[in-house]
Design a protein around this ligand. Structure first.
Ligand SMILES: Nc1nc2c(ncn2[C@@H]2O[C@H](COP(=O)(O)OP(=O)(O)O)[C@@H](O)[C@H]2O)c(=O)[nH]1
Ligand SMILES: [Mg+2]
Length: 308
């Protein structure tokens, strides 16, 4: 079983900082990775931001499956106080429409000529800094692959009167779900994780065989749809110079090829999670939580009886 330790101390600090600024925020602009909208969430955002309207940016949609992204957009738009848009860093027009969307969501402020205060939030690497720079039309936030780029609380003013600030502290994804960990690793959203590289490739290969077999056939010029992850990786190894002395297939090299091409988008537009999958998971979680609560009640009742 994998375990990923996200420095709870850091998390605690972020929670305090966010709770402190949340009162001053009118709109949350939550940046998600369109390929894995739920797994790229940080639950603190919805917890601490309760009652604050949110714009969900399904970012990096240039890498995602457009059909699945549209399903996520529709789902999020059905939630109260929530707007969702499919976006990526090249869509300048769409990006420049975000301030107006913020104003629409908080008419009480914007109609009274007051600045709408928006905070851009999200886990590392989802594209917050890139988005801030595009919104401001200049390079203010440092873009980088390393997460520790945005430090402290910064507030930037926009020309049209919207005040925009970056996430204070670090918001790591919450990895309780096994799939979420692998998806974050496979997409490149998190790097150098505790998960074995080859295991991530196997997970990705399994998923691709299941959900996108035709992309595999096209990319690796396969004669037929691979039966499973192992067969796919072996085929990639064979075709792409992964043969070592004695004809042994270099599975590490095959894994590297698959993951690099998947992350780079060469394989095609891929989305790891679907609305229907998560609706089912959430329903199961709800049932499980209810069961636990009922058990607890029963245990307490039994204890009370014992006292009498
Ligand atoms: N393909 C793609 N890459 C993006 C997009 N937005 C950001 N990136 C890349 O994702 C990486 C992380 O971006 P950054 O803005 O630093 O993320 P932050 O940690 O949330 O501030 C950088 O390499 C960006 O170039 C997008 O819409 N599409
Ligand atoms: Mg940043």
């Amino acid at each position: 079983m994998m375990s990923i330790n996200w420095f709870p101390g850091h998390m605690h600090k972020a929670r305090k900082e966010i709770a402190k600024v949340m009162d001053e925020i009118d709109v949350v602009i939550e940046v998600l990775d369109a390929r894995l909208p739920v797994s790229s969430e940080n639950p603190m955002i919805s917890q601490l931001g309760k009652g604050t309207p949110v714009i969900k940016l399904l970012n990096k949609s240039d890498l995602a499956d457009p059909v699945r992204t549209q399903e996520w957009v529709d789902y999020y738009n059905s939630l109260p106080d929530t707007r969702a848009i499919m976006i990526d860093y090249k869509q300048k027009k769409l990006i420049s429409s975000i301030p107006n969307l913020c104003n629409e969501l908080v008419p009480s402020r914007s109609n009274n000529g007051r600045q709408v205060r928006a905070m851009i939030m999200g886990i590392p690497n989802v594209g917050k800094s890139t988005m801030i720079n595009a919104l401001l039309g200049k390079k203010i936030a440092k873009v980088g692959n390393e997460p520790a780029v945005t430090k402290g609380q910064k507030r930037f003013l926009l020309k049209n009167g919207m005040a925009l600030s970056d996430t204070p502290g670090m918001l790591w994804p919450k990895i309780e779900d096994r799939d979420s960990g692998y998806r974050l690793a496979a997409s490149g959203a998190i790097k150098n994780t505790a998960i074995e590289f080859q295991q991530v490739a196997e997970y990705a290969a399994e998923f691709l065989c299941q959900d996108y077999p035709e992309l595999m056939v096209a990319r690796y010029k396969l004669k037929k749809i691979p039966e499973n992850a192992d067969e796919l990786l072996k085929e990639i190894g064979r075709k792409r110079g992964g043969l070592r002395a004695g004809g042994k297939i270099d599975m590490h090299k095959a894994s590297e090829i698959l993951l690099n091409e998947l992350r780079g988008g060469q394989i095609g537009l891929v989305t790891y999670e679907t609305v229907s999958e998560w609706l089912e998971k959430w329903e199961q979680q709800r049932i499980e939580a209810e069961r636990l609560a009922a058990e607890e009640l029963a245990a307490e009742a039994a204890k009370e009886q014992g006292k009498e």
